[in-house]
Design a protein around this ligand. Structure first.
Ligand code: NDP
Ligand code: 8X3
Length: 250
């Protein structure tokens, strides 16, 4: 039976590819992000190609009023799968040189935004006695690397929140998984480097990083296991990467 999948950050990268894979499977998708134009284009594309129900909600996960209003506006409040994907790194400096604006953006989006969206959707899943939350963590949530400081801290927080959700939602039969990718080429580095496209390309030079489609296929796998099975945490890198520190560049 078709599921309803709520994806944050579906205008680009992992979220967009994830919306495409679920819609391709015949599932209904709720796509969200701040860029209305991109939501409109993706919505049209998915409806045309896959004939599924696509709802697009334009909001900023950092604004709890917007989050609550968007979720309240849904006609059908049965959400089978929530993919907490919206997130970013902003800036890459030593901690003593960090910019407050970058820190606020990362903490407010990756930690508080994920919490706001989850707070609005968890009661619906509890009421429905079923649901699956998939949080997008990172290898940065497992190890702290040079110049990663606050971004790593936010992904360590996602790691802890995922564990907490799994414990506290256990009695309600709600699955909680974390997918923790290493380097994948999306808009991520461009955003992190404040729009410097050339520098962003260098991040992926000399090796084959993962793609958004790779991560979407992993998320889809995690989401489609038998009901009795729950992937707690899945760390995935390309063959060129061992962990946050070692990348085999040619
Ligand atoms: P992209 O930059 O391609 O996509 C990020 C998405 O998040 C966009 O759709 C963006 O939409 C959305 N987003 C960002 N800020 C907000 C906000 N305040 N409110 C709502 N939506 C927001 O990056 P990725 O696809 O690579 O990243 C997705 C997730 O994966 C992030 O959590 C990232 O930390 C994580 N990750 C990425 C890795 C990588 O190497 N690429 C590796 C490991 C984890 P819009 O701008 O329209 O709001
Ligand atoms: C994104 C991967 O290595 O830039 O979470 O932290 S990394």
């Amino acid at each position: 039976m078709a599921k309803t999948v709520f994806i944050t950050g579906a205008t680009s990268g992992f979220g967009k590819a994830t919306a495409e894979i679920f819609a391709g499977n015949g599932d209904n998708v709720i796509i969200t992000g701040r860029r209305q134009e991109l939501l409109n284009t993706l919505s049209k594309q998915l409806k045309l190609e896959h004939n599924v129900k696509v709802t697009s909600l334009c909001f900023d996960v950092r604004n709890n009023d917007e989050v609550v209003a968007a979720i309240n506006s849904l006609e059908n409040k049965v959400i089978d799968i929530l993919i907490n994907n919206a997130g970013l790194a902003s800036g890459i400096n030593k901690i003593q040189d960090g910019a407050l604006d970058d820190w606020d953006k990362m903490i407010d989006t990756n930690v508080k935004g994920l919490l706001y969206v989850s707070k609005a959707i968890m009661p619906l899943m509890i009421q429905n006695k079923e649901g699956h939350i998939i949080n997008i963590g990172s290898t940065a949530g497992k190890e702290v690397y040079m110049n990663g400081n606050v971004y790593c801290a936010t992904k360590h927080a996602v790691n802890a929140i995922s564990k907490a959700m799994r414990i506290e939602l256990l009695e309600h039969g709600i699955k909680v998984s974390q997918v923790s990718p290493g380097a994948a080429e999306t808009e991520f580095s461009e955003v992190r480097l404040h729009g410097d496209v050339e520098k962003a390309k260098e991040v992926y030079a000399g090796y084959e990083p993962m793609t958004a489609e790779d991560i979407a296929s992993i998320i889809f796998y995690v989401a489609t296991l038998p009901k009795n099975l729950c992937i707690n945490d899945l760390i995935v890198t390309s063959l060129s990467q061992a962990n946050s520190f070692y990348i085999n560049r040619k």
